[in-house]
Design a protein around this ligand. Structure first.
Ligand SMILES: NC(=O)C1=CN([C@@H]2O[C@H](COP(=O)(O)OP(=O)(O)OC[C@H]3O[C@@H](n4cnc5c(N)ncnc54)[C@H](O)[C@@H]3O)[C@@H](O)[C@H]2O)[C@@H](O)CC1
Ligand SMILES: [K+]
Length: 502
């Protein structure tokens, strides 16, 4: 099997619930719920297996969408069983009308899930963007039953707008949550569908725009990373060029026992076409050269400053010894575009003088923390960082005047000016040792080749995930996917993208 080298997708506008409410207001009197329910019925009809359709309707407008869908499906002669746990009296007007229309069309509403040997599809219309707290009681039981029945009957579980129980702004499962096989989201994508618990709960994502051009009505809150963010830098190589045309990257890291981290970053930088890569090792007894990648120029950390660098990464396997702090301090006060990762971030978190120097330096700085490193930098715990990944990334970006990639499922990238993006590529194979070092090496390679800081970080993050995505189909991962394999796959994909100049 060969890997598919697909071009990066276009960026998607993302809206949090406040922005979605503004869109709803901007749409005026357009029949959005009717459109949503019709789109849901169409998708349900195309996905369902033999057997009746179980429709779970909640107390708000998400339930309203479900009643509209049920009405259409029933009109198409599907056997539909609708269950609701409220009497509909306190529902918003549109949802009340949708419920009434379903009843008037001959539909019946049950107050408990009826027995059925085999459902053809389960439709989750319990809660959407109006979820306010963890589900409990009958709704928690309904979620558990829906998950169980879909698994028992091997039938699709289609969530409307967002899986019930998932916070659409943050991607956090607040408590019990639907694990959908498909999610049909309305008007625009929501950040919580793409990050943290979102991807595990959404299954395949579908969008029904409901005839609205969202960004034309209300500016998007953020975007998914797409080709527009770095395509201008994807160029075939000129014939009349030499290694000096492609920059010189420095990697500062590799304390005793951690030399491999610096080598992984250095190799990844070479594989992304950096003209020269210098690796400064904190381990005084480190190797003189890299047996596997003899092109790398290894030297003691203190000697890296003399190298003719165009960008520098500090952190992979760096350790936190006192002399290492000095290296970091000089890197921060120096003029080079900087990528800081791993122990460079930990040193920064523990040292307000360094942090202040970083925040006030003129040259670009890119930080690539995982959630624990982000928590240390923000002086908080991992849980609040994960509860609001966009908030944490944008806060760090503002605090340090930096471009920040908060890693994890759905990496969040934030710019110093408050903009943010979520990455949609990647898979759990990347939850492995060394993957962060490879990302650092890829990022500094693009910076060293003259990419703008934002393009370098957005491009590296997306390419890193997309490269990892080319491998499971060939039998490499997600289990056991190594960082080195990801770096080699990134070279292949990067060449394909540059060849076709997407
Ligand atoms: N925003 C829009 O323009 C559109 C919204 N539509 C649908 O409307 C949804 C939003 O509707 P709503 O704002 O009514 O919100 P929801 O339908 O998501 O839920 C709100 C209701 O649930 C209750 N609730 C919240 N958390 C609860 C919990 N943990 N346990 C029990 N009850 C809880 C609230 O008190 C309220 O009654 C969207 O997700 C989408 O499905 C669509 O009809 C299309 C247009
Ligand atoms: K839902």
């Amino acid at each position: 099997m060969t890997a598919t080298l697909t071009p990066p997708p276009p960026a998607l506008p993302l809206y949090r619930s406040q922005g979605l409410r503004a869109l709803e207001a901007a749409a005026g009197k357009q029949p959005l719920m009717e459109r949503a329910g019709l789109a849901a019925a169409d998708l349900a009809a195309s996905l369902c297996r033999p057997g009746p359709l179980l429709v779970l309707a909640g107390p708000g407008n998400n339930g309203g969408d479900a009643y509209v869908a049920a009405r259409h499906l029933q009109a198409r002669f599907f056997a539909v069983q609708v269950v609701a746990w409220d009497d509909g009296q306190r529902a918003p007007a549109d949802a009340r009308a949708a419920r009434q229309a379903f009843l008037e069309a001959g539909g019946a509403i049950l107050d408990a899930i009826p027995p059925c040997p085999r459902w053809g599809l389960v439709l989750d219309g319990l809660f959407g963007i109006g979820l306010q707290r963890p589900l409990s009681g009958a709704y928690a039981d309904a979620v558990a039953a829906a998950n169980h029945l879909a698994e028992r009957d091997h039938c699709p579980l289609l969530a409307l707008d967002c899986p019930s129980g998932l916070d659409a702004d943050s991607g956090r499962a607040l408590g019990p949550a639907i694990r959908a096989s498909h999610t049909l989201t309305f008007i625009a994508h929501k950040p919580g569908l793409l990050t943290l618990d979102g991807p595990d709960h959404c299954g395949a994502l579908h969008l029904a725009a409901l005839e609205l051009d969202a960004p034309a009505l209300v500016p998007a809150d953020g975007w998914s990373i797409g080709r527009e963010h770095f395509a201008a830098h994807l160029q075939p190589r000129r014939r009349n060029s030499h290694k000096g045309s492609y920059g010189s990257a420095g990697i500062l890291g590799g304390a005793a026992g951690m030399v491999g981290a610096a080598l992984l970053a250095g190799r990844a930088a070479l594989l992304l076409g950096c003209g020269r890569v210098f690796v400064g090792l904190a381990d005084r007894h480190g190797p003189a050269f890299d047996l596997q990648q003899a092109e790398l120029m290894l030297r003691p950390a203190a000697a890296l400053e003399a190298a003719p660098l165009t960008a520098l990464a500090v952190g992979p396997g760096l350790g936190q010894a006192p002399e290492v702090r000095e290296f970091l301090s000089r890197a921060i006060t120096g003029p080079l575009p900087l990528v800081l990762d791993a122990d460079a971030l930990n040193l920064l978190a523990a040292d307000p003088t360094l942090a202040q120097a970083l925040a006030t330096r003129q040259a670009p700085r890119l930080l690539t923390p995982h959630p624990a490193e982000a928590a240390r930098l923000l002086g908080t715990e991992v849980a609040p960082v994960q509860a609001d990944r966009i908030g944490a990334a944008t806060q760090l970006a503002e605090q340090f005047g930096a471009w920040v990639a908060l890693k994890g499922a759905g990496t969040v990238v934030a710019a110093p000016d408050g903009r943010w993006w979520i990455n949609t590529s990647g898979n759990p194979g990347q939850a492995a040792a060394g993957q962060g070092d490879v990302l650092t090496g890829m990022t500094v390679a693009l910076l060293a080749q003259g990419w703008e800081p934002g393009a370098a970080l957005l491009g590296a993050v997306h390419l890193h995930g997309a490269a990892a995505d080319t491998l499971p189909g060939t039998g490499v991962g997600p289990i056991g996917l190594t960082a080195s394999e990801t770096a080699v796959a990134a070279r292949a994909l990067f060449n394909a993208w540059c060849r076709t100049a997407v």
